[in-house]
Design a protein around this ligand. Structure first.
Ligand code: 4AZ
Length: 263
C-alpha cells in the first residue's frame, strides 16, 4: 500500500472501509458513528482563518487547499500541482463555502514545485504559487528553519480544509477544522516504515484515530501555535487508528519558502 500516492491510497482504502462498514452495520447498526468534519472536527470560516485558500481548477472547483504567506504567495503541496499549469489553476480566498461566489479569485502566474519532488511518500511535497492578483487577507506566519521543537510529540496542531469527511466520502461545503496531537518520529516510522521520511515529514493524529485530514484537504495548513508548520500531504486512508496523517515538515523547507516569497 505504501507505494501508492495519497489519492490512490484514499481510494483503495475506501473500498476496504466500505466493506468493513457493511459488516459493522449488520453486526451493530447503532454503533456506526456519523461522518464528522474534515474527519472529526467542526465548521469554521475564512473570516476566522483568512489565510486559508481554496486551490481550484479554472471553473473554481476546489481540489486542494493552500496557505497565503504573503499577499501574492501561496504555499501548497507539490502533489496538488501534478499535471497543473498556470492556466489550469485558480486560488480563491475569503470563500468559506465551496458553492460560494464571494471572496477573491486570482490566476496564478508561476507554479514553483520543489525540484526534487517525485511522490508524496518520498518527501519534498511542497509548492509555492505566485498570484496574479493580491489577496486582501492577512497572511499566515510560517515557522523558521530553526523552530524544529514545535513538532515535539503531543503538541496540539490544527488542521483545516474542505476535504472529505470520511475516506471515500464527500467533500464538505463549509471549511472545517480540527485539532490533532503531533506524533513522534519513531511512532510514525512504525506506522509507515520507509515511506516516512523523517527529515521532510511530520505526523499528527490521535492514537485511536477518528480525527484527520482526508482527500481534498491536501495542500492545506497544519498550524502549531497559530503558525504554519506543515502542509497536508498523505496518509493511509483517513482517521484510522495507528495511521496518523502525514504533513510536510515545514521547518525543513522554510528557507525555500522565503526565497520564493522574496522572488
Ligand atoms: C488525500 O488523498 C489525502 N489522512 C490527504 C490526507 C490524508 C490522506 C489522503 C491523511 O489528499
Amino acid at each position: 500500500m505504501f507505494g501508492l500516492n495519497a489519492a490512490k491510497k484514499a481510494a483503495a482504502v475506501a473500498a476496504a472501509t466500505a466493506a468493513a462498514a457493511t459488516t459493522a452495520l449488520l453486526a451493530a447498526p447503532t454503533a456506526v458513528a456519523a461522518p464528522q468534519p474534515i474527519v472529526g472536527g467542526t465548521t469554521t470560516t475564512t473570516s476566522a482563518y483568512p489565510f486559508v485558500m481554496q486551490i481550484t481548477d479554472a471553473s473554481q472547483n476546489q481540489f486542494c487547499g493552500g496557505t497565503l504567506v504573503s499577499p501574492t504567495k501561496v504555499v501548497t503541496a507539490a502533489h496538488c500541482m501534478v499535471g497543473e499549469t498556470t492556466s489550469s489553476v485558480r486560488v480563491v480566498g475569503g470563500r468559506t463555502y465551496l458553492n460560494g461566489t464571494n471572496g477573491t479569485v486570482s490566476r496564478v502566474s508561476k507554479i514553483w514545485t520543489h525540484p526534487s519532488y517525485t511522490d508524496a511518500t518520498n518527501g519534498d511535497d511542497m509548492a509555492v504559487l505566485t498570484l496574479s492578483t493580491s489577496m486582501p487577507y492577512t497572511p499566515a506566519t510560517y515557522v523558521s528553519s530553526s523552530q524544529t521543537s514545535v513538532y515535539a510529540a503531543g503538541t496540539t496542531a490544527r488542521i483545516l480544509g474542505w476535504g472529505t469527511t470520511s475516506a471515500g466520502g464527500s467533500s464538505s461545503n463549509q471549511l472545517r477544522t480540527a485539532t490533532v496531537p503531533t506524533v513522534s518520529d519513531s511512532s510514525c516510522a512504525s506506522s509507515y516504515g520507509s515511506d516516512y521520511v523523517q527529515s521532510d515529514m511530520v505526523c499528527a493524529g490521535k492514537t485511536s484515530g477518528g480525527v484527520d485530514t482526508c482527500q481534498g484537504d491536501s495542500g492545506g495548513p497544519l498550524l502549531i501555535g497559530g503558525v504554519l508548520a506543515g502542509i497536508t500531504s498523505w496518509g493511509e486512508g483517513c482517521a484510522q487508528a495507528g495511521y496518523p496523517g502525514v504533513y510536510t515538515r515545514l521547518t525543513t523547507f522554510s528557507n525555500l519558502v522565503t526565497t520564493q516569497v522574496n522572488s
